[in-house]
Design a binder for this molecule. Sequence first.
Ligand SMILES: Nc1ncnc2c1ncn2[C@@H]1O[C@H](COP(=O)(O)OP(=O)(O)OP(=O)(O)O)[C@@H](O)[C@H]1O
Ligand SMILES: [Mg+2]
Length: 883
Amino acid sequence: MDELNRLLEAVTGEAGRGLFFSGSAGIGKSRLLREGVATLPTDRFAIWSIAASATTAALPFGGLVQVLPAEQPQGLSPAGVLRWALNVLQQQAAGRRIVLAIDDAHLLDPPSAALVHLVARAENATVVGTLRDGEQIPLPIRALWTDDLVEHVELSPMPQEETADLLTAILGGPVDAGSADRLGRLSAGNPLLLRELVHAASGSAELKRTYGIWKWTGRLELAPSLTDLIDTRVGKLTDGVRAVVELVAFGEPLGLHLLKQAAAQADVETAEERGLIAVIQHDRRTDVRLAHPLYGEVMRRRCPVSRTRRLQAHLAELLEQVGKRRRDDLLRVAVWRLDSGTAQDPGLLVDAAVQAFTRYDVPLATRLARAALNADGGSDAAELLATILMFADRPDEAIEVLDAVTPEPGDERRFCRWLTVRGMVSYWGLSQESTVEEIASRVEQLTDSADRSRVHAFEAIMRLHRLDTSTAVRLSRQVLDRPAAGVASRELARSTIAYVQAAQGELTRSGTAIAQVHSAAASWRTDMPYLQLALELARGTRLMLTGDLAGIDAIVADEFADLAGAGDFRLGTGYLAILQAYAARLRGQSDAAMRTSLGACAVLATSRVYAGLAQAERAQSAALRGDATQAVAAMAEADRTHAPGMAVLYPWLEQARGASLAASGDLPGAVKHLADLVDRLRSDGFAGHEVHVLHDLVRLEQAGMAVGPTCSDGGRRTVAQRLAELSERVDGVLPPLLARHARAAVTDDPTDLLAVADDYAALELTVYAAEATSQAVQRLRRQHSAAANDARERLAGLLGRCDLIRTPALQAGAPVLTEREWQVARLAAHGAPSRAIAERLYLSARTVENHLQRIYAKLGVTGRAELWAALRAIPGHDGGDGS
Ligand SMILES: Nc1ncnc2c1ncn2[C@@H]1O[C@H](COP(=O)(O)OP(=O)(O)OP(=O)(O)O)[C@@H](O)[C@H]1O
Ligand SMILES: [Mg+2]
């Protein structure tokens, strides 16, 4: 069959792209997938077949429960979980090509969907699957097409001639041609419908076998719907068989041993014989599933709420009785308890909430933690719930939860934990700066050294955020020096120090510290999950200051924002989007930068933590495009939303303000603002930031400007000198490059400027490269150098790699042509002779010649041959013929 071949070709072929079948219910997708996968040789392919279902969709990684090992390592980030899972598959594949076959992929839970996407991206792996028409498809699965990772085949109905064969097979004997024809048309080529039609008729007088041939004499004007037929059939089941199907409908995949506890063996067998359930062997377990998902849909719909709850409670009891074997069982039991209103065991709920949270399913974790609290889970449940709510950017609710369980100060351990969680929510979530003093005074009530360290580590990171850097570092060092301090406290302290080091330009040491916090994640993540945010901020800041765009790409790809996004982990998703926008912006991808920063603003709109930063990044993107109106509006939003408790982020905001002023045409204002910012950064010791702001001044042709205090020699340093000085103190390849750029600008050395541009381009800092080249072009033109044309070509090439960008450095050198001159120039650049241009524009040939001479002069070119490059080097113009 055609479709089967396409499936095999997709897996075994050279291209190795995956394939998804779609089509209506019962059309035969699952069967086709099953048959196709069964023919693959297992010595070349490591095959995993997964069937997603409505019941697994409610659990994080529920869809892939048969694929992943029962034990997930503790303490992994969302990306870590996915990477771990992919590694597991790769190990088990042992060099064979991975084939992941996913039936009903639209029912995958978000983390499973994200993993499937990741597998599809991996080398040496193919994803195949089915999707039912009209269902909502998870984003990572839909992205398989947009990212061109799979092909798509719409299954067509079974042709008429196959209907007769299928009928013969179902009935176990030949069928009269007329009956086959009528049944075939009624079923519209849908095998399941055909099967159900036969089922409905069997046993009645309408379907009879005479002389060995089956004949159907029934009369149906309209085909009954598939669900109606199933509904009728299910309605006729005996109580015992119905109970079996119901349990499977709410609990699939259900262990056979479990089902046997709850139902009579004979009923289980009958259900299987009638083709309602299927028994499937997996390695060491035997699972029962519905033979077709529609049975489950019908069954669940028929089931009244009270009965549904009873069934779920029953399933939970069963699983508890036989003993929870896998970690997933814990979650399943908890969700059944939750759904059936029988969630009374706070310990179970807290454990399940932690597990859901470890898998970054924030909505489920929230439900479970709240249920734990309602079941008298006390302060453990409250702290967990508050933490989860904080991650989901719901601080008001978090505070309410915490204040309801204020501990007695006598209970030190509890008090310490409560104090820190509450401090986190109140400082970052509610922007209450007095939190710092409150915490600092209450730490005195604690006697235990580990408890004190924990609170001190918290106090330190708060102080960092409000720019009390020296206290932050001092407290953090104390924590690290105290042997009694717990792992989480130490790593939090280390993150604080890593941030400060990055801001101060000690990027190497900062990197080492970040790697250390990261590698200890398994030991702190359960104890202090919010440390993740501190780690990410330090890591992101360091990457931005290093100008390490590839590093940013890596963590963005790594963290696979989809998973976090699906899990409602808003602070995480939002911050990643800011990093992504930053990288796009420096590459000159202004469309992506704009889109991503807008996305960050949307996700973080209500956040008091990063909203201002997101708006500042949007202002930068807008400024890059020369969109002053939006840049100014974004800055206003940044000022409105930026929390004073996030003062440590001021360098980014103020840098964006400089860009916004420049984009608005207020160059003197921008220069003054940036120069003041340089002074402020210098006095705060933020050399890591300072080099970037000094470079902004270079971009505005202020490399020779005096900045900073008067030195002992009585003079002040220029931007270029200060950059040279800092390039010896700030780590990385970027500062020396920035310093060279400044020096070349001061000495008006176009050759050096072009060399600097090449080095920027090698780092993918395309905007800086284009600007340095534009500065070179301007100097070459002033020097009437013949090399100007070549430089212009290079500029055009760089601009060709960017979306629309319009910065002052690019505009400054850009000649201003009138509308008419543009028309003439474009046509001439495309090779039209003057006469043709004249005809086209209703001008005289002489006028065209005059225009051309003026254009050459303005652009500094000698003739038509150089015109094309010169036009393309003007930012915002692609040299198109304008017609
Ligand atoms: N070509 C065929 N020949 C015989 N039986 C078939 C054929 N195709 C499908 N069937 C049978 O029809 C029924 C429905 O097929 P299948 O389960 O593959 O449907 P589906 O498209 O996956 O539907 P859904 O979207 O509801 O999952 C199954 O019992 C299957 O065995
Ligand atoms: Mg199916």
